[in-house]
Design a protein around this ligand. Structure first.
Ligand SMILES: [Zn+2]
Ligand SMILES: [Zn+2]
Length: 104
């Protein structure tokens, strides 16, 4: 990865459901483990370079690799879309209600 790629792994309070999220152990915690919502803060994961700040809503998921799930997010403010890695302690019941994503 390039030099601009820095992690900010910190606890935060979810702006959607209010759950307090602890920092992730394996990867950067940038979305709520309860409702899976995120905020549009990053251009690259963890860099906090975006000044949008809109609520990122999970809209679809796909399996990437053997065990990794990825979630597709859409910003409710600027419609920016991006893929995010699912974490081990994420709420699977919420994820299973999302639409599977099929590549064209
Ligand atoms: Zn939440
Ligand atoms: Zn946005």
């Amino acid at each position: 990865m390039n030099k601009k790629f820095t992690y900010k792994n910190e606890s935060f309070k979810c702006q959607h459901c209010g759950a307090l999220n602890e920092p992730a152990k394996r990867y950067i915690r940038d979305h709520c483990s309860d409702c899976l919502h995120s905020l549009h803060l990053d251009v690259h994961p963890g860099d906090r370079a975006s000044d949008c700040g809109g609520l990122m809503k999970p809209i679809a998921f796909k399996v990437g690799g053997k065990t990794d799930y990825k979630i597709l997010y859409k910003c409710q403010k600027c419609s920016y879309k991006h893929w995010n890695m699912m974490l081990l302690d994420d709420n699977m019941q919420v994820m299973e209600k999302l639409n599977p994503y099929y590549e064209a």
